[in-house]
Design a protein around this ligand. Structure first.
Ligand SMILES: [Fe+2]
Ligand SMILES: [Fe+2]
Length: 210
């Protein structure tokens, strides 16, 4: 099925075309997750003055490459660091963006949200921030309800909590943190002065590459 979709050349112009393409690219349970992320990202965007339509679109598209084989991920997104080579799943955000660009998707705000949802948002892209939080806290995950509720009040505070929790969790278990995640961590106003030891005092489990 996936190999078949990768060979398609027709460019869907209506939004429903993109949603259907995602449905064909991922496993059924993944698509259920994708819809929950899109709905929550839209709610978070609405609560924080961000673009609701872009947040929903980015939520639908964020895991478009998540179920591709490792070889395809590596082809679409050549490794930038050792972690990428050892764990190609870390590439599915960058690979998703690459795939969407090949298929003619051009909204850079959405593309950046897709690219960064795996390792952490950059700068002040509120859509990317909303999708990142929605991805780690959508109800189907069964964790991070506190981050979800916080995001519906204060997206900046939720982002800080989520990124600090992730870095602390990984470092506490001796797992190397992806350089892009460390970049997001050090971009937080509260963490700019910290070293990579991540001595934050926060802890909550999240997985390495959603
Ligand atoms: Fe996801
Ligand atoms: Fe993902």
């Amino acid at each position: 099925m996936i190999a078949h979709v990768l060979k398609l050349h027709a460019q869907p112009t209506a939004w429903t075309g993109w949603e259907e393409r995602v449905r064909l690219m991922v496993r059924p349970r993944r698509f259920e997750h994708v819809v929950r992320v899109a709905e929550l990202a839209a709610q978070i965007a609405a609560a924080n003055g961000a673009d609701v339509a872009c947040a929903y679109a980015a939520g639908i598209l964020h895991d478009i490459a998540r179920d591709l084989p490792d070889a395809e991920l590596l082809r679409l997104a050549p490794p930038e660091c050792e972690i990428d080579g050892l764990h190609p799943l870390a590439l599915h955000g960058r690979a998703g963006r690459a795939l969407l660009e090949r298929w003619g998707y051009a909204d850079t705000v959405v593309l950046e949200a897709v690219e960064d949802h795996t390792t952490g948002p950059r700068g002040d892209n509120r859509v990317a921030q909303a999708v990142y939080i929605a991805d780690v806290s959508e109800p189907g995950r069964g964790v991070n309800a506190d981050i979800r509720e916080l995001a519906l009040q204060d997206l900046n505070a939720a982002l800080e909590k989520a990124i600090i929790s992730k870095v602390t969790y990984l470092q506490g278990r001796g797992i190397t943190v992806h350089p892009r995640t460390l970049r997001s961590y050090h971009a937080l106003p509260c963490c700019a002065h910290l070293t990579d030891s991540g001595d934050s005092g926060h802890a909550a489990p999240t997985s390495a590459f959603q």
